[in-house]
Design a protein around this ligand. Structure first.
Ligand code: 8BR
Length: 511
């Protein structure tokens, strides 16, 4: 695959989508935002933490693979597990003392907006969309201060019985606490020496300690739910945070109550906006029952689009009864990309989705149901736009705007990503999923689905990695919606421009 060609395609996609964004009326984003306390771990920090614990006890805890942080030893165990593989992980804690222990024994470098919905809201607001409506059930005054200070960013509030849209700083709930998550980032090459366990961290990544205070409930305020029609026209909704649903609550409520409420909100949003497309951004969900319920009851048949990373693809497949494929995805190796593609196709089918977008370090794959109104070039451009936004996020730790993102077009496309895609070529061409030419464009035509893939830009020394996945998924989904809207207005370039043969580039899905 041609490096230069993909650089040019990135550029073209960026300017095309930049122009198309103005066709969007509004995007709704819910539910989770929090404050992230970030600590970049140095070798000294790690040594200091290791000294606090008995090494045998630590090894035992590592083997137990704690799924919840109940005491400080669990943090160290999960940290070692994450660092050894260089694999991102998110683990919940319901224990408030963990926060004080970390403040005393480690401390953090700085704090910023966290949570998928919070990060995505700020991103979209800074991309200058006409309207971004955020909804966070636990919007505290402190939390509101982390939202972008832009006029297009609004949050619903009930005033004199009516729903009004105001900036979060004027729409927060008084007297509620803030959810503070800890993020431990670590760098590739760090040497870890702990008892019998010695390894070098294979890649930059992080462990997230997700705080779940008792008052945290994933729900929509009754009055806001009743007045959802006052949100005005919306083109899309990006929903996330379902991982916060618990099996049981202290007051006797169960996950069914919160799943039921979530489904009602989705159905109402759809009923009010018949053309609305919904995207769910998945993250790691430790509890298998909750993971399966979210996939089968909230997502399946109701949501159009799903965004996730490799680990999440494997985890989702696992609870959907696809253990073998799940294992192949996790195992990676030479055929990892093939398993990933097959896994994404299985998710598309099993959950009756329109679109499954998987992002990896160096490439993205998006699997699409036949009959999607946007052509493959449009989908490819949406992924390329997202890749440029991801580069911006990796370079600066945030996306300040389109101008700053334009500058990240200079970040090179990943050579490793291109190599991984070469491995995919033999499979696709061999199985007659596409011709060699089609593969060079990034297009695959399956029997009951199509797919696009792109190599992505990778920043060699990222400032931070948190939130890049959310940026990629939201950027691509919004880019896709913008192109669809532009096409509807008869102003789309995709249907007119030619690259290679017209039938190839403008091919619209056949059923
Ligand atoms: P999750 O947070 O959902 O795991 O997604 C992280 C994504 O960030 C990866 O899939 C990868 O595409 C992207 N990413 C990472 Br990690 N490091 C990056 C870097 N240095 N430059 C660009 N993208 C990066």
């Amino acid at each position: 695959m041609e490096f230069e060609e993909w650089e040019l395609r990135h550029k073209e996609a960026f300017f095309e989508i930049k122009e198309a964004l103005s066709y969007l009326e509004g995007i709704f984003v819910a539910y989770n935002s929090n404050i992230d306390a970030i600590k970049h771990l140095t070798p000294e920090d790690l040594c200091h933490l290791l000294e606090l614990f008995d090494q045998d006890a630590l090894q035992e805890r590592v083997e137990l693979y704690p799924r919840e942080i109940k005491e400080p030893l669990d943090i160290l165990a999960r940290l070692l597990l994450s660092m050894r593989e260089g694999k991102a992980a998110e683990v919940p804690t319901y224990t408030p003392e963990i926060h004080s222990w970390l403040k005393e024994n480690l401390g953090f470098d700085y704090a910023r907006m966290g949570g998928q919905a919070g990060i995505i809201t700020n991103l979209l607001a800074r991309l200058e969309l006409k309207k971004v409506v955020a909804y966070v059930p636990w919007l505290s005054e402190e939390q509101a201060g982390y939202f972008a200070n832009t006029k297009n960013l609004l949050h619903p509030k009930i005033e004199r019985g009516k729903l009004v849209l105001k900036h979060p700083k004027e729409a927060f709930k008084p007297n509620i606490g803030s959810k503070v998550n800890w993020i431990f980032e670590y760098s590739k090459g760090m040497l870890v020496d702990c008892g019998t366990d010695k390894f070098t961290v294979p890649r930059d990544n992080r462990l997230i300690l997700s705080s779940r205070p008792k008052w945290l409930r994933l729900e929509m305020d009754q009055q806001i739910y009743a007045a959802l029609d006052s949100l005005g026209p919306l083109d899309g909704a990006i929903l996330s945070g379902y991982q916060m649903i618990k099996e049981e609550y202290e007051d006797g409520a169960t996950y069914s109550d919160y799943v039921g409420n979530s489904v009602k909100a989705i159905e109402k949003l759809k009923a009010l906006n018949p053309g609305l497309r919904l995207h769910v951004e998945l993250t790691s969900i430790q509890n298998r029952l909750i993971r399966k319920t979210i996939l089968k009851e909230i997502i399946a048949g109701r949501i159009h689009s799903l965004g996730l990373d490799t680990v999440e693809v494997a985890n989702a497949l696992n609870v959907l009864g696809e253990e073998e494929l799940s294992y192949a995805v996790i195992k990676k190796g030479e055929n990892g990309i093939i398993a990933l593609y097959q896994g994404a196709v299985r998710l598309l089918q099993a959950l009756a989705l329109e679109r499954v977008h998987v992002h990896c370090l160096g490439f993205y794959i998006c699997v699409l149901a036949k009959g999607h109104p946007l052509n493959l070039k449009g989908h490819r451009n949406a992924l390329l736009f997202a890749s440029t936004l991801a580069a911006t996020k990796a370079l600066h730790g945030k996306v300040e705007g389109l101008l700053e993102s334009e500058a990240s077009l200079k970040v090179p496309v990943s050579e490793k990503g291109l190599e991984d895609l070469e491995n995919f070529k033999l499979y696709c061409v061999g199985r007659k999923l596409c011709t060699l030419d089609e593969f060079e464009y990034g297009y695959v035509y399956g029997r009951d689905h199509n797919a696009v893939f792109v190599p992505s830009k990778v920043v060699s020394e990222p400032k931070a990695t948190v939130g890049i996945g959310d940026t990629i998924s939201a950027g691509a989904f919004t880019g896709m919606l913008a192109l669809m809207k532009q096409n509807l207005a008869g102003k789309g370039k995709n249907s007119k421009r030619k690259e290679g043969s017209q039938t190839l580039e403008t091919r619209v899905f056949s059923a």
